[in-house]
Design a protein around this ligand. Structure first.
Ligand code: PNS
Length: 168
């Protein structure tokens, strides 16, 4: 009997960055099936709605067989239980990520036994975050090479209005 090794890569992905794609591709190398779970972080204001974030990820990951992108609401542990996923895989950029990620990992294990595996992000992506990409793009900076081309196009179209307009 063969056992399918399955993990989830959760996040808000608002929008997906090349750092996220690096972590997901490494999850793909380690597990038979990877579910990219696109959730809502109650502590963050979104730029893109859930459907847009899912579309951007599906487009960016279209060539990776065995990777599925799924929106979710509610607790991650409930999502994983319903899909029989035993492991969360997340990237750690630097020490600043650790406290937040450790607390979530411990809470998820306490709630349902869901384990978490951390991989160190590629050093070339260590400074990348969706929040910084959005901030730089909003202020007119160039984020080419930090996000997939299709995301770059969406950012440009979303922020295409007058850069001096504080309400855009
Ligand atoms: O990319 P983010 O914003 O760090 O992703 C955080 C996310 C969406 C993965 C996290 O907030 C989450 O799992 N939310 C679902 C609700 C939940 O399970 N909360 C308890 C986490 S211990």
């Amino acid at each position: 009997m063969s056992i399918t090794r399955r993990c989830v890569c959760p996040g808000s992905f608002d929008p997906v960055t090349n750092g996220h794609l690096d972590v997901i591709s490494r999850a793909h190398a380690l597990y038979d099936e990877v579910v990219v779970a696109v959730g809502v972080n109650l502590g963050k204001n979104g730029m893109f709605d859930l459907g847009e974030r899912v579309d951007m990820l599906r487009e960016a990951l279209a060539t990776l067989a065995g990777v599925e992108v799924v929106p979710f609401e509610g607790l991650l542990v409930d999502f994983c239980r319903a899909r029989d996923i035993p492991v969360v895989l997340k990237g750690l950029r630097a020490a600043g990520d650790f406290d937040y990620e450790l607390a979530m990992a411990q809470m998820n294990r306490r709630l349902s036994g869901l384990e978490t595996v951390f991989v160190p992000t590629h050093p070339g992506h260590a400074y990348l975050s969706s929040s910084l990409v959005k901030e730089v793009a909003k202020l007119g900076g160039d984020v080419a090479g930090m996000v997939p081309d299709a995301v770059l196009a969406r950012l440009r179209s979303r922020l295409g209005a007058d850069p001096a307009d504080p309400l855009r």
